[in-house]
Ligand binder design. Structure first.
Ligand SMILES: Cc1cc2nc3c(=O)[nH]c(=O)nc-3n(C[C@H](O)[C@H](O)[C@H](O)COP(=O)(O)OP(=O)(O)OC[C@H]3O[C@@H](n4cnc5c(N)ncnc54)[C@H](O)[C@@H]3O)c2cc1C
Length: 407
């Protein structure tokens, strides 16, 4: 008898939602379990780079992206004190041509809502906090804090950086504080048309950087400001903050930037955590995805993008190898682990380059930007062509045994 593969996805963030949507589109019975009573995302922006946009379009979200996304003309790097332009990477015209898809800015809530909109609501369970997972007789079982359990062919931990599923498989080693604090804020642009800019700006300073870009179809300016700190003593990994603290931290930076920061609303402060790349993500019929597998610094804007790619690749290997789950999960790791590990490590490096402390080091970096721009303006500043050119939708997994699943 043929039956559909049954999958349990733990965590309804961007990664879990993208995976569940992909699995259902590949014809599998995918169930999504989220610990909160409603789906929610931070009130902030997210950059969706061409590699992620290829997957979102393959899932059928082209129209939604056009409706809710913002297409920046370019990313411009600026000196923190002089405001002088140090690099300009063209995006809106260049990305479809070079990488086969657009570069969008989105509100995170819009991105999550469009992914959840693809998922059959009958297969979503809220208030379902997973407390443990285990492999049992060729199946996987997830247990929840209300005493219920869910048995499936595969359980996927998409439960974020503090993943319970990861802990159950590989031990509860805490994520590493990276030495970075990040403020996120927004400005409703209704009253501030002088802040509207078709480009996204990266202000590069000693031991910190600030990114500003437009989201919500051009109605909101998103701010991400990063500064280095020795440690993070707070019990929570994000806290309310305020514009005074933001202005204090970035005092002495260019007046144009301070003018923006002085209008910041809804300021939140985050400690940034990551992990070293793992050797494996899977055991038996259980695996990991997104931040649960590869939490990273946000300096390449790739955490959610990697989770979205993971989801599409995992769905395709499970569809092609339904009869041998451990083999399917091995193929998933083979395809995804080298790429996500490289992105994790590159994001750390990017932080060091953006935050060079002395004027001499900054000068040498900026000369290199100028030289790169002469050679190839698309490879300058972001230096992420290898990230953007990947196409998860073109990945063709080797098919496993031809025996039908469940037969
Ligand atoms: C400042 C900043 C800026 C960023 N900018 C970008 C960007 O521009 N582009 C980009 O691609 N990435 C960006 N990222 C990274 C991105 O936000 C994350 O990588 C991404 O959101 C991870 O998604 P996830 O679904 O794996 O995990 P999460 O978003 O953490 O979702 C996990 C979900 O699991 C649920 N959950 C947790 N534990 C349990 C449990 N035990 N049982 C059930 N449910 C559970 C949670 O409630 C949550 O809904 C940024 C990150 C930061 C900090």
């Amino acid at each position: 008898m043929n039956r559909k593969l049954r999958i349990g996805v733990i965590g309804g963030g961007i990664g879990g939602a993208a995976l569940t949507a992909s699995l259902q589109q590949w014809g599998m019975e995918a169930h999504l379990f989220e610990r909160t009573a409603a789906f929610r995302e931070v009130g902030a922006g997210v950059q969706m780079t061409p590699n992620a946009v290829k997957v979102l379009k393959a899932l059928g979200l082209d129209g939604e992206l056009q409706r809710l996304g913002y297409l920046p003309q370019a990313i411009v790097g600026r000196n923190w004190r002089t405001g002088r332009e140090k690099f300009r990477t063209p995006l809106s015209d260049a990305c479809p041509q070079l990488f086969g898809a657009e570069f969008y800015h989105l509100h995170r809530a819009d991105l999550l809502a469009m992914l959840i909109g693809l998922v059959d609501a009958r297969f979503i369970t809220h208030n379902a906090r997973c407390v443990s997972v285990l492999n049992l007789d060729g199946k996987a079982v997830a247990r929840f804090d209300n005493g219920e359990q869910f048995e499936a062919d595969v359980i996927v931990g998409a439960d974020g950086v503090h993943s319970v599923v990861r802990d159950a498989l590989f031990g509860d080693e805490a994520p590493r504080f990276t030495g970075h604090i990040c403020w996120r804020a927004a400005i409703a642009l209704g009253e501030r048309s002088d802040f509207i800019s078709p480009v996204s700006a990266v202000w590069l300073g000693p031991n910190g950087h600030v990114v500003t870009y437009t989201i919500s179809g051009g109605r909101v300016l998103n701010i991400v400001a990063v500064s280095e700190a020795a440690d993070w003593q707070e019990a929570s990994w994000h806290l309310p903050s305020n514009r005074d603290e933001l202005l204090r931290t970035f005092s002495g930076w260019h007046p144009d930037l301070l003018r923006i920061l002085s209008c910041a609303q809804n300021v939140l402060k985050w400690g940034l955590f990551d992990r070293d790349p793992m050797q494996r993500w899977s055991q038996g019929h259980i695996t990991l995805l997104g931040d649960a597998a590869h939490p990273m610094l946000p300096f390449l804007a790739q955490g959610a993008a990697m989770a979205i790619e993971d989801g599409y690749v995992l769905a395709s290997v499970l569809a092609a190898n339904a009869g041998d789950i451990p083999e399917a999960l091995r193929l998933y790791e083979d395809e995804r682990l080298p790429r996500t590990s490289r992105v994790q490590l590159s994001a750390r490096e990017r932080g060091k380059i953006y935050h060079l402390p002395t004027p001499w080091q900054q000068f040498r970096r900026d000369v290199r930007y100028r030289f790169n721009a002469l050679m190839n303006p698309h490879a300058c500043g972001l230096e992420a062509n290898w990230v953007f050119s990947y196409d998860a939708t073109a990945f063709s997994p080797p098919a496993g045994e031809t025996r039908p699943f469940g037969g």
